[in-house]
Design a protein around this ligand. Sequence first.
Ligand SMILES: C[S@@+](CC[C@H](N)C(=O)[O-])C[C@H]1O[C@@H](n2cnc3c(N)ncnc32)[C@H](O)[C@@H]1O
Length: 361
Amino acid sequence: MSSNALLSLSKTNKVSEQNKFVAAQPMPTIDIENRRYIGSKAKLLDWIFDHIKKECKGNSFADIFAGTGVVSARAARSFNKIILNDILHSNFASYQGFFAQEKYDREKIFNFVAHYNSLDAKDIKHTFFSKAFGGKYFNVPAAKLIGYIREDLNKRKSELNNKEYHILLTSLLYSADKIANTVGHYEAYFKKSISDRKFIFRLIEPLIKAGRVSIHREDANELAKSLKADIVYIDPPYNSRQYSRFYHVLETLALWDNPKLFGVALKRPEENMSEYCRNNAVNAFADLIGKLNAKYIVVSYNNTYNSKSSSSRNKIELEDIKSILTSKGKTKIFKKSHQFFNAGKTDFNDHQEWLFITEVL
Ligand SMILES: C[S@@+](CC[C@H](N)C(=O)[O-])C[C@H]1O[C@@H](n2cnc3c(N)ncnc32)[C@H](O)[C@@H]1O
């Protein structure tokens, strides 16, 4: 997290009377890596890119199960063209906030942030969001603020260009996630008191990048039909835990569609269920690799199949990955011990991370 972005805004822009108070104080902003996300590669980036730099050549990099987008953010340092894709609406929104190349008015954004941080939950009305999730995933004042801000963004969308809108929406997604009363996903919330988790609207730090960026929300196997990139990075889910179910509250916040909610976890109706979390995962992976038009295919894999919990057991085994990739080209395999974020449920004694790099023949 960096703490000087709003300060630097106050130095470089004329700040209106209304914002003097906020502009005078440094306020923490949020980097793309500053998010709890199952399977995030944030801590493995150096290792992954050391190998990519040694083994691969090219100008374009596609990250087709991009999750948080941290891999693309690192790739953007050295590749001219970045392609991001994920099936989740909340991830699609955040790629537009962090990566889209459209110009934006920093002072305008700053005014929105100042307004949102001046709000008092006592003065604002409930939305469907606070009625459903208040006192559960968030304390009631926080849920009221989050709902009010999301509604306000919808109402004032015409004042913002696409980049500005998504910077603010992504900031809301990250700020809400930061204080959520969970272990890091929305499968359940803690029953203990959450009254001290104050909501602060933190601004994200969009990436400064000169090259071209293309952003998609598609099933990776569909995208693969038209995709062309020098390097394609693949990091799918490997067990039965569906990301669209884990991050349902963020999906609802991104879509703002007042869905019917089900069960104790208050989940929205099913959408974007991944074949990679089902028994058909090996076929989906083989189909994907078969379709890809790339010079190099880089695949991340980890050994959660040793896990005691059946939902954490891998749907694709190491040998399947090896044989499918070997049929596509010359494949090298790298391995590393790694303790990853798994939300505390499953006990991994010997967690291994693999990286496969295939030079397509
Ligand atoms: C292991 S995570 C990727 C983590 C990412 N590399 C990072 O560092 O944040 C897998 C991602 O694949 C997405 N996903 C699952 N099935 C998909 C599919 N069929 N097509 C596109 N994305 C999919 C999930 O929404 C999830 O964000």
